[in-house]
Design a protein around this ligand. Sequence first.
Ligand SMILES: [Zn+2]
Length: 301
Amino acid sequence: MSDTQIPDPVLDPAVHVAGVQEVAPDVLVIPDRGVQLVPNIGVIGGERAVLVVDTGMGTANAEQVLAFASEVAKGRRLYLTTTHFHPEHAFGAHVFGGAATYLANRAQADDLEAKGPGYLEMFRGFGSPVADRLDGDVRVPAPDEVYDGAYDLDLGGRTVRLRPTGRGHTKGDQVIEVPDAGVLFTGDLAEAGQFAIFPWFPPYDTDVSGIGWLAVMERLAAGGHRVVVPGHGEVGGPRVLADVRDYLRLLRDETWRRRDSAMGEGEIAAEVRALLIERHPEWVGREWIEKGVGCLCSEHA
Ligand SMILES: [Zn+2]
């Protein structure tokens, strides 16, 4: 997978538990601090149990998250779930073995098994500092419990909803809702302050679907969530979801309009990139625009 053109991250993807935000009562977020390949991590408490959402990449990061969650839990039972199989979200789950029950949706468990090893190899190929984070005993995790359909997790006085969305950013995305607090954890279905991450790497990985993702965002944006914790970027309100929905819509429309006139993919990518950067000059991750165009060209009827 050496020619996949993922830009080599230069910063160490280190999780820092300092600066934890309480976004609602007993709903904590360990923020990504704007560092690439660090996700926003959730710690959601009920009367009897605590759920961790995503692990950070590698053993040392996940050990910090587990230590923090254990401190918060004060003896309450621990659960872990991950929003999707990508390394910075799930490749620390091995650390939670024996300490937490790891729950995941069926499609994500399938992604972990089918694609996890290839992603581990690809990320180790990025070189230091990412490879260092994935050194040693890091392995592709296997959930303790895999559920079909939807899952309601009773934490005691609070029920958290684990909801697979269908194919979007990956085949196996799920969102985590805390209904009593109006909080939604989206994983990489939504980022704030950056262009939507399209892991479109033909021929190795073509699971991302622009059409599927847009349909997911239309549903999520209509869901009445008050606090939105994106996979990366700052915690916000419902606007985070609407922004991604609107971006995907525009990306699709601008790509398809040019495709209809039989323009080549390279030219489409250049034009759409310029247009979208003009629309969102402050957003980072511009390299993902072309990947999105490529994906949507493949989905053009
Ligand atoms: Zn991802």
